[in-house]
Design a binder for this molecule. Structure first.
Ligand code: NAD
Length: 313
C-alpha cells in the first residue's frame, strides 16, 4: 500500500524540518516546499537519501501544486523578529496570499490541513496566562504588526475555509520554541544568549530583564503538533511550555551551562515587546493528553552541541 503523503510548507525551516523528520517517522512520504527565504537546505541534508522525501524550492505566494496529498502542514512564514522585520511585506504576503494557496491545495485534494499560528496573536497580553479564548492586545500598525496581523489573518482564513469549504483544519498557537537548527542570528532569546555566551560576548538583556518568557524544547513541541494533527479539534490549541522564566534568569542559566565568563549588558526594550508570555495549556492537556516533558536545563543541554558548532562559523 502507498504511504500517506504530506506536504510541508516551510519544510526547510527550523520547525518545518523537524516536522518532516517526525512525519517520515510516522510513515508518511513527505514533500517539503520552501523558498529558502529564511530556511536552509542544510536543515534537510540528512534526508538526501530518503526515498520518501523530496524538497521543492518554490515560493508559495505563487499558486503551486505538488500533486495529490493527504495532509497539508502550512509552516512557511518568517518567524523571528529579525526575519519578519527584514521581510515585512513577504511576511504579510505569506500569511495571506500564501495561506490561501496552501488552503487551496488542501481543498482541491480533500486533504487535512494544519497551520502554525503563534502566541503573537495575543500581542502584549492583558490576560495571563493566555487561554485560547483570549482575543489579544495587538497593535495593528506597530513594527510587529507585519507578523502578528499576518498570523491573525492566517487563522481567520483557515476558519473561513473550514466553515465555507468544509476543509478539515487544525490551528496550533505555538509559543517560544527552541532547539537545534534554529538560526543563530534570528534575534530570539535562546540563540542570542547561546551565541553571545559561546563567543565570549556580553549577553544583551532588553529592559531590566524582568519580562518573562516560557520556552518549549522542539521535540515536545513536535509531539504536540502530531497529537493535534491526529485529533479532530478545529479551534486553536496552545502548544508551549507553561513554566515561566524571567529573561535575566534565562541568561544566568545559559551562562552556567556554557561556563562562559560573559557579562550581562542592558539595552532599551524594543517597541511593543510583550512583558509576559505564558501559555495556558489546559486544552492541550485535556484534548490531546499532551504536556511538555523537557525542562529548560535539559533542553539547553540537548541544544548545546548544535549551538557550539553554529557559533564557530
Ligand atoms: N519557532 C518558534 O518559536 C515559533 C513560534 C510561533 C510560531 N512559529 C511559526 O512556525 C512556523 C515555522 O517557524 P520557524 O521557527 O521554523 O521559522 P523558519 O524561518 O525557520 O521557517 C520558516 C520557513 O518558511 C519558509 N518560507 C517563508 N516564506 C515562504 C514562501 N513565501 N514560500 C515558501 N517558503 C517560505 C522559509 O524559507 C523558512 O524555511 C512559522 O509559521 C512561524 O510563524 C514558530
Amino acid at each position: 500500500m502507498k504511504p500517506p503523503r504530506a506536504l510541508v510548507t516551510g519544510g526547510a525551516g527550523f520547525l518545518g524540518s523537524h516536522l518532516c523528520d517526525a512525519l517520515l517517522g510516522e510513515g508518511y512520504s513527505v514533500v517539503a516546499v520552501d523558498s529558502l527565504l529564511t530556511g536552509r537546505r542544510s536543515n534537510l541534508d540528512h534526508l538526501r537519501n530518503e526515498s520518501r522525501f523530496e524538497l521543492r524550492e518554490l515560493d508559495i505566494n505563487q499558486p503551486f501544486d505538488c500533486g495529490q496529498v493527504d495532509y497539508v502542514f502550512h509552516f512557511a512564514c518568517p518567524a523571528s523578529p529579525v526575519d519578519y522585520t527584514l521581510h515585512g511585506i513577504a511576511t504579510l504576503k505569506v500569511g495571506s496570499v500564501g495561506t490561501f494557496h496552501a488552503l487551496e491545495v488542501a481543498h482541491k485534494y480533500g486533504a487535512k490541513y494544519f497551520v502554525s499560528s503563534t502566541s503573537e496573536c495575543y500581542g502584549d497580553p492583558l490576560e495571563h496566562p493566555q487561554k485560547e479564548t483570549y482575543w489579544g492586545n495587538v497593535n495593528p500598525i506597530g513594527p510587529r504588526s507585519v507578523y502578528d496581523e499576518a498570523k491573525r489573518f492566517t487563522e481567520a482564513v483557515t476558519m473561513a475555509y473550514h466553515r465555507y469549504h468544509k476543509v478539515d483544519t487544525r490551528i496550533v498557537r505555538i509559543f517560544n520554541t527552541y532547539g537545534p537548527r534554529m538560526q543563530l542570528n534570528d534575534g530570539r532569546v535562546i540563540p542570542n544568549f547561546m551565541k553571545q555566551a559561546l563567543r565570549g560576548e556580553d549577553l544583551t538583556v532588553y529592559g531590566d530583564g524582568s519580562q518573562t518568557r516560557s520556552f518549549c524544547f522542539v521535540s515536545d513541541e513536535i509531539e504536540g503538533f502530531l497529537r493535534l494533527a491526529k485529533s479532530t479539534e478545529h479551534m486553536p490549541v496552545n502548544i508551549g511550555n507553561p513554566v515561566e522564566f524571567t529573561i535575566l534568569e534565562c541568561a544566568r542559566r545559559v551562562l552556567a551551562l556554557t561556563g562562559s565568563n560573559s557579562k550581562i549588558k542592558y539595552e532599551a526594550l524594543p517597541q511593543d515587546d510583550p512583558k509576559q508570555r505564558c501559555p495556558d495549556i489546559t486544552r492541550a492537556r485535556t484534548l490531546l493528553g499532551w504536556e511538555p516533558k523537557i525542562d529548560l536545563e535539559t533542553g539547553l543541554r540537548l541544544s548545546l552541541d548544535y549551538f557550539r558548532q553554529a557559533a564557530l562559523i
